[in-house]
Design a protein around this ligand. Structure first.
Ligand code: HEM
Length: 391
């Protein structure tokens, strides 16, 4: 919970592993850092999301997130998830490939235009614009409106941090995002297009049920925010690892290491989401041999589970040649990330072109990279790079 701990939580995770996969915390909660233990909790329907403590007044960030699938329990979760899955299909995701290729190409053209010049911030010039363009295309958000989402998403996700529940920044961001999306939903309802907002407005389940207006709003904002905050971090975390390892970049360029294997190892080693929470919603649950009473809260440290020495040999080493890498970075079970194939596709297209077209990209000398000071969402705020002219 300290700035130093957030900057480098990995020694603390190693210490947590020495205590065991599940540790009781003062106040009755449990810390879960073991891979098998976290995986078990995520897949067990006896664990769910904490119900809001009382009536949930206002129109703030916590209320908004609580109305989305991210924080829903059965039966609402399954109902919303199936409606969203109806429109967020593998076919729709695969169909985005040409748009992703084009967006990556255009962003790299701009990076190349700076070759030999001033350092550029990779986060600002590539890692943020790519996912926001892709999710903007998907949702049908006009290009001119997309830049403003970066501070709003950063604000809203403060509500996901352990100490961020009552953040004024998060509440202001929630209100501004709602003020943007309510008229957009109205416009698509009146004149549907080929975008996901129109499709979600129209989606009906087998019982002819639809998302309520509040659910529609909350889930669209979740898709927007979840769609780029995390993917931006995956791109930045991956590039930072490459800048430190020129030989690895060479092996990737030569095809000796497949790009998807590199991406899975980035997800494992430096997960964009470090922790999720659950509550025991059934009696008599145990994790391993630890009894977890009904109503107990659990903090699942997925960033630590990904580095469990019982699951991975040399877990603190970055090794894209390791086999059987199945990071928990997208969660598991009922709430497994709906956008995981899209995030993987974006990263694959991005790193293929970055490696192929930028043979001489380095960290900018004298301009240190800066991490975001977050516990849950792990990524860079700035990552200055130099693009050197080739030949
Ligand atoms: C590297 C990128 C990403 C990471 C690391 C990530 C991570 C996660 C994680 C860990 C969860 C599960 C939370 C829990 O179990 O409590 C989740 C859920 C979710 N993600 Fe992602 N995500 C990424 C990209 C995306 C994208 C691109 C989208 C959409 C376009 C998306 C949409 C969602 C949604 C809607 C949920 C809620 C699913 C549910 O609760 O049923 N994510 N994500």
């Amino acid at each position: 919970m300290t700035p130093e701990g957030r900057a480098d939580p990995f020694p603390l995770y190693a210490a947590a592993h020495r205590l065991g996969p599940v540790s009781p915390l003062p106040g009755g909660a449990f810390l879960v850092c073991g891979y098998a233990a976290a995986d078990q909790v995520l897949r067990d329907p006896g664990f769910g999301l904490a119900e809001p403590a009382g009536p949930d007044p206002g129109d703030g960030a916590v209320r908004l997130m609580n109305q989305s699938i991210l924080r829903a329990n059965p039966p609402d979760h399954g109902r919303m998830r199936s409606l969203i899955a109806q429109v967020f299909t593998p076919r729709r995701v695969a169909g985005l490939r040409p748009a992703i290729e084009a967006a990556v190409g255009a962003l790299i053209d701009q990076l190349i235009a700076t070759a030999g010049g001033e350092p550029v911030d990779f986060m600002d010039q590539f890692a943020f614009p790519l996912p926001v363009t892709v999710i903007g295309e998907l949702l049908g958000v006009p290009p001119g409106d997309r830049r403003r989402f970066r501070p709003l998403a950063a604000g809203l996700t403060e509500a996901l941090e352990p100490a961020g529940g009552a953040s004024a920044t998060a509440d202001a961001a929630a209100r501004e995002l709602a003020a943007y999306f309510v008229p957009l939903i109205g416009a698509r309802r009146a004149a549907p297009g080929a975008d996901l907002v129109s499709a979600l407005v129209a989606a009906r389940d087998a019982d002819d049920g639809r998302l309520t207006d509040r659910e529609l709003l909350a889930n669209l904002i979740l898709l927007l925010v979840a769609g780029f905050e995390t993917t931006t971090s995956l791109l930045g975390n991956g590039l930072a690892l490459l800048l430190d390892r020129p030989a690895l970049a060479g092996s990737l360029r030569a095809g000796q290491i497949p790009v998807p294997a590199f991406i899975e190892e980035v997800l494992r080693y430096d997960s964009p989401v470090q922790a999720v929470t659950r509550r025991a919603r059934a009696h008599g649950r145990t994790i391993g041999d630890v009894p977890v009473p009904y109503g107990s809260d659990l903090i699942l440290l997925i960033g630590a589970a990904n580095r469990d020495p019982a699951r991975y040999r040399d877990p603190g080493g970055f090794d894209p040649t390791r086999t059987d890498v199945r990071p928990l970075s997208f969660g598991a079970g009922a709430h497994i990330c709906i956008g995981n194939s899209l995030a993987r596709l974006e990263a694959e297209v991005a790193f293929r072109q970055l490696l192929g077209r930028l043979p001489a990209i380095t960290a900018a000398p004298g301009r240190p990279a800066l991490r975001r000071d977050r516990l849950v969402l792990r990524g860079y705020q700035t990552l200055p790079v130099r693009i050197h002219p080739v030949g």
